[in-house]
Design a protein around this ligand. Structure first.
Ligand SMILES: [Zn+2]
Length: 368
C-alpha cells in the first residue's frame, strides 16, 4: 500500500495517483478547490457583508429569509449559530429518515430552541425508505448514504421554493470535506442513478420519497434562482473552536465521529465500508484537516491506529440495523459478500454534471 507523503490518503482509493514527490491527486485538488472556494482572509468581511445584505433583501417581507438544513452534527449546528449571529432569519429543515440517534434529536431541539429558530421536520415514509436503502445495499456500491443525502437536498430546494426564498445555507465546506474519492461518495445529486438502482433491486414504489431530477434542478437553479451557499467558506472555520462554542453556548453534545449522529451512517462508515470495501472514511476526513492546517500528519496517522468504533458497540449496531431493515443474518451476510460495484455499473448522469461543473468553473474564471 502506498500512502501520500503530504496527507494520509492511500491506494485503498482505486483512482489515487501520485506525483514525483509522492503527493497525491487529492492534495492537488484540495489546493485548487481551496483557491476557488475559500474566500481569502482579506476579502471575507466584505464578501460576507454582501452576502448577508443579499439574503436579507431577498427575504424582505417574508417570514424567513433563508433555509438551513440541520442534522444535529457539528457543521450544520454551527451554521445555525453563524446565520443567527449574522442577523438572518432562517427556517431550519430536518429530514427524519428513521435513523437519528437520541443524541442527535436532543441536539437539534436544544440548540434551535436556544437560538430561537423554527424547525420543519420531514418524516420520511419508512417503508419506501427502508426498501430504497436495501436496494443500495444490494447494488453493492460504497455510497449507501445516497438515499438520505438525495432526499435532504430535494427537501431543501423544495422548501426554499415553497417559501419563495433564494438562499439555502449549507454546512458543506472546504476545510473539512473537500477530499472524497468519487467512487466513495458519488451520486447524491443524481436521481437517474438512484432511480436505476431502485428499479433493479427495489420492490416498493417510491411515491413520496423526496427527489429531484435534472429538470427539477434546472428549474430550482435557473428559473427560481435558488443558491446553495456554503457559508463556512466565508469565515475562518475551525472545527475545534466551533465545537467549543456549540458546547458552551448551546449545550450541544458531541457524538464521537464525523456524521455519527445517525445510527445508519455510523454503522455504514464503521462496519460496512471497512469490511466490505476496505474503505475507511476517516482517511479522507483527517487528510482534509491536515491540508487545512487543523491537524498534523503524524497526529492523523496516529489517530488512524484507534479502532473506527468500539467493537462491542459495533456488534450492537449491526444487530440493530439488520432488525430495523427487516433482514435476517443470512441475508445480511449475502449482501456483505456480493462483488463490489461502483456507480459506474449503473445508469447515471455523471457526464452531464461534469460538463455543468466545467461550465460553472470556466464562467467563474471569466467573471474573476
Ligand atoms: Zn495527499
Amino acid at each position: 500500500m502506498t500512502v501520500c507523503t503530504r496527507c494520509i490518503m492511500d491506494t485503498t482509493d482505486p483512482d489515487i495517483s501520485f506525483d514525483a514527490a509522492g503527493v497525491c491527486n487529492h492534495c492537488h485538488r484540495y489546493e485548487e478547490v481551496a483557491r476557488q472556494r475559500i474566500i481569502p482572509a482579506g476579502q471575507r468581511q466584505e464578501r460576507l457583508a454582501q452576502l448577508v445584505a443579499e439574503v436579507k433583501r431577498a427575504g424582505e417581507g417574508k417570514p424567513y429569509d433563508c433555509v438551513i438544513g440541520v442534522s444535529g452534527g457539528v457543521d450544520s449546528t454551527y451554521v445555525a449559530w453563524v446565520v443567527k449571529d449574522l442577523g438572518l432569519r432562517p427556517l431550519a429543515v430536518h429530514l427524519d429518515n428513521g435513523w437519528n440517534s437520541e443524541l442527535a434529536v436532543a441536539n437539534i431541539e436544544k440548540t434551535l430552541n436556544k437560538l430561537g429558530i423554527d424547525l420543519y421536520t420531514h418524516v420520511i415514509d419508512w417503508e419506501e425508505f427502508q426498501n430504497l436503502q436495501i436496494s443500495f445495499l444490494k447494488a453493492s456500491t460504497p455510497d449507501g448514504e445516497v438515499p438520505t443525502d438525495h432526499a435532504i437536498f430535494a427537501l431543501l430546494y423544495k422548501i426554499a421554493a415553497k417559501q419563495g426564498l433564494k438562499h439555502v445555507i449549507t454546512g458543506t465546506n472546504v476545510i473539512s470535506e473537500a477530499i472524497l474519492p468519487e467512487k466513495w461518495g458519488y451520486g447524491y445529486f443524481d436521481w437517474s442513478y438512484v432511480k436505476d438502482v431502485h428499479r433493479r433491486f427495489g420492490s416498493a414504489r417510491l411515491s413520496t420519497y423526496p427527489h429531484f431530477s435534472l429538470l427539477h434542478l434546472f428549474y430550482y437553479v435557473f428559473l427560481r434562482r435558488i443558491r446553495m451557499v456554503s457559508v463556512l467558506n466565508f469565515i475562518d472555520y475551525n472545527k475545534n473552536q466551533a465545537m467549543d462554542i456549540l458546547k458552551n453556548e448551546l449545550g450541544w453534545v458531541y457524538y464521537g465521529g464525523k456524521h455519527y449522529e445517525s445510527i445508519y451512517t455510523r454503522f455504514y462508515q464503521a462496519y460496512l465500508l471497512p469490511r466490505k470495501f476496505d474503505i475507511d472514511k476517516r482517511k479522507a476526513h483527517y487528510s482534509n484537516l491536515v491540508l487545512s492546517g487543523q491537524m498534523t500528519r503524524p497526529d492523523a496517522l496516529d489517530a488512524m491506529k484507534a479502532p473506527v468504533y468500539p467493537a462491542n458497540l459495533l456488534e450492537e449496531d449491526r444487530q440493530y440495523v439488520i432488525k430495523k431493515l427487516n433482514l435476517d443474518g443470512q441475508q445480511f451476510e449475502e449482501i456483505m459478500s456480493l462483488p463490489r460495484k461502483t456507480f459506474l455499473d449503473y445508469k447515471n448522469n455523471r457526464n452531464v454534471f461534469a460538463f455543468a461543473k466545467r461550465l460553472v468553473n470556466s464562467s467563474r474564471r471569466l467573471i474573476g
